[in-house]
Write a protein that binds this ligand. Structure first.
Ligand SMILES: [Cu+2]
Length: 142
């Protein structure tokens, strides 16, 4: 048991930015403060699969939003279009980046206005049934 104590303390110490459920780790999660009146918000993060086998994100949810989806950006001529992804593969040993202009989590039907600096709690669902709980700070990027 002694061996486990230090990593556990480290993990709790940076709970707001790093979440680890077994072999899948989420870092640098953040929420883009939506413009006033908008009930849709984008969430970005880096997901790392440290396992030797593939995992897959199968869903995302947030108690403060009606629904959550994974989106990718697809170029259509000169315009970029959002595409709904049913899931996101996490290849073994690789990082999957959700960033502005690329993949992101989209939450729709926010139940209240967000404030800069607060933490929004989300749940990432893995295909194997496990759930990663994330706390992502809200940032004003305007
Ligand atoms: Cu989107």
């Amino acid at each position: 048991m002694k061996k486990l104590r230090l990593p556990l303390i480290l993990l709790l110490g940076c709970w707001s930015l790093t979440v680890q459920a077994a072999e899948v780790e989420v870092r640098d999660a953040w929420v883009r403060l939506p413009p006033p009146g908008s009930d849709t918000v984008a969430v970005y993060m880096v997901v790392r699969n440290m396992d030797a086998q593939e995992h897959r994100l199968s869903g995302v949810s947030c108690d403060e939003a009606a629904e959550g989806e994974f989106h990718a950006m697809l170029r259509q001529g000169h315009a970029m279009q959002m595409v709904h992804l049913q899931g996101v593969d996490l290849p073994p040993g690789e990082r999957v980046v959700f960033a502005p202009g690329g993949m992101h989590v989209m939450l729709r039907g926010l139940r209240r206005m967000l404030r800069e600096g607060e933490l929004l709690h989300l749940h990432l669902h893995l295909e194997d049934g496990r759930r990663l709980n994330i706390a992502a700070p809200v940032r004003d990027m305007r």
